[in-house]
Design a protein around this ligand. Structure first.
Ligand SMILES: Nc1ncnc2c1ncn2[C@@H]1O[C@H](COP(=O)(O)OP(=O)(O)OP(=O)(O)O)[C@@H](O)[C@H]1O
Length: 257
């Protein structure tokens, strides 16, 4: 199931934030949205789960351009940059919320639902923490709880805003490898990443947002040209090949910081 954003325009506080944005993410693809701070990445993700309404253009999730939130939640799961926990819930209770869109109003979780929750906890290394209060977790642990809840939703399309920014290296690689393997099974994955090295390593294609416009779309090797890296990201960097795999070699920031 695919994601299609066509000609999207968004204004916030009377200011244009996204202009003429076109993005298409295919089933089974890990697609990275990259760009400097304030370029509009989060806003674009928010249009996908309908937290922001574009003033122009269309957003289609698996062919669904309209419909209720519940219908959308059976197809699309999203994680945000917000990891703060306010309610006194255990990790298992939060992850179980991912099953809600699939349950009838008076339904209780079935054995199959519990197994799905266990599997989401296992794949994010949270089984041992399942009975802990989420308010007592570290930022990285809470980030994994958000990802586990999204996985428990068993979506067709998964949208993640900076899913690795609180994670240690091992969990960064663990989560991104997990997303890759889910994509191999047909999941459509769209994520924002600041770490361009990880984007190069794990994404099939990238879109670069710059001041609310798409500056380039394509494979990491097509898109991350030295000129674009300098103009959009302000770094002196180039893609090299490391044992046949593309790798980003960053020399440093350009000019006065
Ligand atoms: N509610 C709002 N009202 C007015 N402007 C907003 C609002 N939300 C975001 N913006 C502005 O929209 C622009 C894009 O913000 P957005 O959060 O989408 O960027 P981003 O690329 O995700 O940034 P970052 O990398 O820092 O997370 C920014 O200039 C931001 O200040």
């Amino acid at each position: 199931m695919s994601l299609r954003v066509c000609g999207v325009q968004v204004s916030l506080g009377g200011r244009p934030v996204l202009s003429d944005v076109d993005v298409e993410v295919r089933p089974g693809e890990v697609f990275g949205l990259v760009g400097p701070n304030g370029s509009g990445k989060t806003t674009l993700l928010r249009t996908l789960y309908r937290a922001v309404r574009p003033v122009a253009g269309t957003v289609e999730v698996a062919g669904l351009a309209a419909g209720g939130r519940r219908e959308l939640a059976r197809i699309l799961a999203a994680t945000t940059q917000e990891t703060e926990a306010r309610a006194a819930l255990t990790v298992r209770e939060v992850v179980s919320q991912g099953r809600v869109p699939h349950l009838g109003l008076l339904d209780r979780m079935s054995a199959a639902d519990h197994e799905i929750v266990d599997s989401a906890l296992r794949s994010t290394s949270l089984l041992d923490a399942a009975e802990r209060d989420v308010r007592a977790l570290s930022g990285g642990e809470r980030q994994r709880v958000s990802i586990a809840r999204a996985l428990a939703q068993q979506p067709k399309v998964l949208v993640l805003d900076e899913p690795t920014n609180h994670l240690d290296l091992r969990h960064q690689y663990g989560v991104l490898a997990l997303l890759r393997s889910l994509a191999r099974d047909g999941l459509t994955v769209l994520l924002t990443l600041h770490d361009l090295r990880l984007a190069v390593e794990f994404c099939d294609r990238l879109a670069v947002l710059d001041e609310g416009r798409i500056a380039a779309t394509g494979t990491p090797s097509d898109v991350l040209e030295p000129d674009l890296l300098a103009e959009v990201f302000g770094v002196d960097a180039r893609l090299t090949s490391n044992n046949g795999r593309p790798s980003l070699d960053i020399t440093g920031a350009i000019g006065q910081f």
